[in-house]
Design a protein. Structure first.
Length: 297
């Protein structure tokens, strides 16, 4: 079962976040603290009600790590301990830090329905204690789409339909039914380490990190860059360099968007039942080395 590629069940999500994830906290990157990222976010597989009457149910919520004044000064810390953050991830409605607001998740007891489970857990790249965390996203489905199309320039969205993916043999290649093949994830990881080398060689980066994201990879440049603080212009230059000069198929919006959230390392990518995690080698075997305990039992 270790190489099973499937969606995690509701029970498996609960097992992972209550039994496995808390033991990974010591391995989190240094920027993923309880009050450093300006927000944490949770996505749900099924939309869940908020307290506001007649408001649409939500399948994605963001929660600030600090309350702030109108001028942006921090006042009240929303998660006072790691336990508070873990409680929110495990039981989002019961421990929603927005309680008292009409936008908080509704109490499951009042609704006579189960507590929502996190389908994905994210943190904001915008950060209180450092410049933006600079991240690059390389997605296997984009690499597959380029293979199935006439081959657009890296960075251009490849507009391909299911028929094109079928004709290219992608949908029938392992993992069957997904809009990419395992080889596309392998290429994404190879590109990820190419980007890491570019950061180290061209930008003299001292601190970088490559993260297996479940269906591709994220690459981080973590130097503080106090001169530019990775402003919009700096990120535009980095996007142009990676796309045009090196031909790396990144999603430029991720690098440029100050409000972007990324999958939290050691969270679970529920669509494929794989653990998001930092890796040291492009040969990382995501099919077996990223399996959660519930697939090994």
């Amino acid at each position: 079962m270790t190489d099973a590629w499937r969606e995690a069940t509701r029970e498996e999500l609960h097992t992972y976040y209550t039994e496995t994830f808390p033991n990974r906290l010591d391995a989190l990157p240094s920027f993923a603290t309880i009050d450093g990222p300006k927000q944490y976010a949770i996505a749900f597989r099924e939309a869940y009600p908020i307290r506001k009457e007649n408001a649409p149910d939500r399948n994605f919520i963001r929660r600030d790590t600090w309350q702030t004044t109108s001028s942006g000064d921090r006042t009240v810390q929303q998660f006072e301990s790691t336990t508070d953050l873990i409680d929110f991830i495990q039981y989002p409605a019961r421990y929603d830090p927005a309680q008292g607001s009409e936008y908080a998740l509704a109490g499951p007891g009042l609704l006579n329905r189960p507590e929502p489970r996190p389908d994905a857990v994210y943190y904001a790249l915008d950060h209180w204690e450092r410049p933006w965390v600079l991240a690059v996203d390389i997605d296997a489905k984009d690499i597959a789409a380029q293979r199935a199309s006439s081959g657009p320039t890296a960075g251009e969205p490849a507009d391909v339909d299911t028929e094109a993916l079928q004709e290219a043999g992608i949908l029938d290649s392992p993992p069957e039914g997904y809009p990419y093949a395992f080889e596309d994830i392998e290429h994404a990881l190879e590109y990820g380490f190419t980007v890491r080398d570019i950061f180290e060689d061209d930008f003299a980066a001292q601190e970088t990190m490559v993260v297996y994201s479940g269906q591709g990879c994220h690459v981080y440049l973590l130097d503080t860059d106090r001169e530019h603080r990775y402003d919009a212009k700096s990120r535009e230059v980095i996007n142009d360099l990676l796309l045009d000069e090196y031909g790396v198929p990144i999603d430029p919006v991720v690098t440029a968007d100050r409000r972007r959230v990324m999958r939290l390392p050691y969270s679970l990518h529920a669509d494929v039942s794989r653990v998001v995690q930092p890796i040291d080698d492009p040969g990382f075997d995501f099919r077996t080395e990223a399996t959660p305990d519930f697939l090994n039992s």
